[in-house]
Design a protein. Structure first.
Length: 218
């Protein structure tokens, strides 16, 4: 799996990166929240290891931002022993698990695997984007409060985008979701679905990122 590590202490960062890599995972290590935000927008990570005290802000604020955007990325908080309240706040803010420093690196790998597995089966939360509100589990969509009917295939396309709303999803990833319906994929199939969804939920609801794919958020 692909892991993003956000940690500003060099010795902890390098030890964690080395150990998680040794377990067969790809680990990108950044030291600040700004770089972490850029990274989660461009790479489909499976898990985030998040220190709470970072040079450019609080890890918890970053976590809240992620969850507010509807991002379901698995998050494990790395916290110091004397900050029990941080741990509670972290779980409230949407962390999936936490580890107290100094932690055992094998324990870290085990927890990481467990949260990533759980997240894959997790329900996609209700999300509001401008005038659009979506309840993905119930397949209910509203535009300015009025219910809009979407087909099962349109929901399949939306589900791919909603799993990681800040991430640009490639056309190929959306095609893969439609294969499940036995859908024949022509060169313009995805454009057709995207334009149908836009007709129902508004032009600005799905952004086209030229050459890369589609995305819900700015
Ligand atoms: Ca720190």
């Amino acid at each position: 799996m692909r892991v993003l590590l956000v940690e500003d202490e060099p010795h902890i960062g390098s030890a964690v990166q080395e150990h998680v890599r040794a377990a067969g995972h790809a680990v990108d290590w950044v030291r600040q929240i700004g770089a972490a935000d850029d990274a989660v927008r461009s790479v489909p990570y499976d898990a985030l290891l998040l220190d709470l005290h970072l040079p450019d802000g609080r890890g918890l604020d970053f976590l809240r931002t992620l969850r507010r955007r509807g991002d379901t990325l698995a998050v494990v908080i790395l916290t110091a022993r004397d900050q029990v309240s941080d741990r509670i706040d972290g779980l409230k803010a949407g962390a999936d698990d936490y580890l107290v420093k100094p932690f055992d690196l094998d324990e870290l790998n085990a927890r990481l695997q467990a949260v990533a597995r759980r997240t894959q089966g997790k329900a996609i939360p209700t999300i509001s984007l401008g005038p659009v509100e979506l309840e993905p589990e119930a397949h209910v969509a509203r535009l300015q409060g009025a219910v809009v009917e979407l087909t099962a295939r349109e929901w399949a396309v939306l589900d791919v985008l909603l799993r990681r709303p800040t991430f640009t999803v490639s056309k190929e990833a959306i095609e893969a979701a439609l294969y499940a319906f036995g859908q024949e994929i022509e060169s313009n199939t995805i454009e057709v679905y995207i334009s149908r969804i836009r007709r129902k939920l508004g032009r600005d609801f799905i952004r086209t990122i030229r050459g890369l794919g589609y995305r819900l958020h700015d």
